[in-house]
Design a protein around this ligand. Structure first.
Ligand code: ATP
Ligand code: MG
Length: 264
């Protein structure tokens, strides 16, 4: 039965979603160089912007998911326009072409952390993990200050390139300027982002874990971490008194990095 549903879904996508190919030009401006992702919600193209003479990323909404997508599309484009941070790609424009909805944003160099960890098998030391998470947290502090809550901080939504880190994918974000309902849950939304930072940090820390992961053993036993790092993680994951202020997380991470530097 499940396979029938899957086949119907794919057939529906084929009929409803126009997909463009390499070398085609969208709206006379964006020449497709590559298809980066053919995801369930959208198609992401790497393009050459013929008018600005630079690379960019074009996101096309799937018509077959129009109901779910319209809100995400509006959220993501409004938020990208509102934010101005070196760690977040800027919105270039939104446009319609052949009845399809698109938006374009700056191209960011690098690989997402999911691919970095699982394909490249990159290993990070505890200090390197904290340095990466410090950059991510600084971006979160900035967006929270702008009354934006990301809502989907995960390894595929963070791009790394040498010393640079970018946070992408604001499709599930909440913007208090436009979302009155979110205002009532502001604290919870902040805590959810903090929890996700903790989860993200755990993924990075496990990159250097060589042992066998056993369900019965918690991370506190599997990973041998500096007590300060364990304390930060417990607060982020709400095992101990949760953080209320993003700046407090940044300060603690800075302290943990100094402690680790001093002990080596
Ligand atoms: N501005 C960008 N610069 C470079 N690569 C990008 C950019 N935006 C997205 N990508 C690449 O495309 C991938 C998916 O992007 P994004 O997370 O925004 O899509 P999505 O909405 O989550 O799609 P899906 O629902 O299919 O996961 C990223 O992991 C990244 O590799
Ligand atoms: Mg994503």
């Amino acid at each position: 039965m499940e396979i029938i549903h899957w086949l119907i879904k794919k057939a529906r996508q084929r009929i409803m979603d126009q997909q463009y190919s390499i070398d085609q030009t969208l709206a006379g401006r964006y020449k497709i160089e590559n298809v980066l992702q053919n995801g369930s919600y959208g198609i992401i193209y790497l393009c050459w912007d013929l008018s600005a003479n630079q690379r960019c990323v074009v996101k096309q909404m799937r018509k077959s998911k129009k109901k779910e997508n319209t809100e995400n599309y509006k959220q993501e484009t409004t938020i990208l326009q509102l934010l101005d941070h070196a760690g977040i790609p800027k919105l270039i424009e939104t446009f319609e072409y052949e009845g399809e909805q698109f938006f374009t944003m700056e191209f960011v160099e690098g690989k997402n952390v999911e691919d970095t960890l699982f394909d490249t098998k990159q290993k990070y030391s505890e200090k390197e993990c904290l340095e990466i998470v410090k950059k991510l947290t600084a971006i979160i502090c900035y967006i929270h200050e702008k009354s934006v809550f990301h809502g989907d901080i995960r390894i595929p939504n963070v791009l790394l390139h040498q010393d640079e880190l970018h946070l992408i994918d604001f499709g599930l974000a909440h913007n208090l300027h436009t979302d009155d309902k979110a205002k009532e849950h502001q604290e919870q939304l902040a805590r959810d982002d903090f929890f996700d930072i903790g989860d993200f940090l755990l993924f990075l820390l496990y990159s250097s874990y060589d042992g066998e992961t056993k369900r019965s053993r918690p991370w506190t036993e599997e990973l041998s971490l500096h007590p300060k790092t364990t304390h930060i993680l417990k607060r982020l994951l709400q095992i101990e008194s949760p953080y209320h202020q993003c700046e407090a997380i940044l300060a603690d991470i800075g302290e943990a990095i100094s402690l680790l530097s001093a002990s080596h």
